[in-house]
Design a protein around this ligand. Sequence first.
Ligand SMILES: [Zn+2]
Length: 332
Amino acid sequence: MKRRTGAAALAAVAMSLTACGATITLPAIPTASVAATSSPTSSAGAAPSSATPSAAATSTDGSMRQGLPDEVVDRLTLSRVFLEVAEVKGLHYRISGRVVAVGNTSDSVLTTVTDAADESIPRIEALSGQHAKDKYLILAAADDSTAQKWTGDSNVADADGITMPYGKAAWIVIPTGHRFSDGGRVLDDDEYFTHVMDHEVFHADTLPVDFDDPSVPEWMVEGYAEWAANQEVSTGPEKEPPARLPSDTEVVDDTDDGYFRAGMFVQYLADRFGTSKALAYYRAMLVATHGSIAEEFHRATDADFTATVAAWQRQFHQQFVSFDPEWQWVSD
Ligand SMILES: [Zn+2]
């Protein structure tokens, strides 16, 4: 898929990004199997109590520090990824009121990531109605191999952000060094990056820890995140995609703008039934003991799911032509 900015101000920046908002479909990283204390040889991977900020801190700009902060150690020790993070050289971190950002990136990249998340978090939490008690953990990977290590996701090269709902609470990986086919990186365009961050923060804010439920359709997981992200910076294709709720495969591969279609369906639900009922449906489906897609839909909205999908399809053309994206792409 080739995408480029549609806004005049950004016309010179031809972007080509493959997964619109990123993916959370990835092999599960077993939790609790790797205790940090079992790694006596790695200084960064030693017992959490020894990896204090002050132990490794050399401030580079007042707030940027080297090493791993307690927050990260505390958050990741339940996950195997902790050792993958701890062993990466040249880590810096930055802490704000709501964010712990860690990366083997430059100070300016880490600052950009932290600032974007700081703006995104209150916006998304106001929409979702869910306030995370822990800071959001964001890992900024300087290169593809680091992003790969931190996600265990074979599709990481196609994603511009990945949310990992494992460990103590979900965390977000941003592959900041990845260059898409036209040479652009995800941080190169402020508007697009805002959309990506909102999308990932919505995942991190709302997905249950260890979420891995194949009975929840991909259109729901990605469509709600796209819908949330479209509230601040709306993205969409130039060409109208088919008016069809995307299958799981169409979302994972972003076939015929699968992410976008999923987001449009959720927008329709929010417009027709209200944000509160649309979110109630989403939340009900994330509970492990949820009923079928149609049962939970009826419970939340009092409407029939199949008839609602058909009604959405009938108005899709109108919805598409009235949708005015701030960031637009050309599909292959
Ligand atoms: Zn996503």
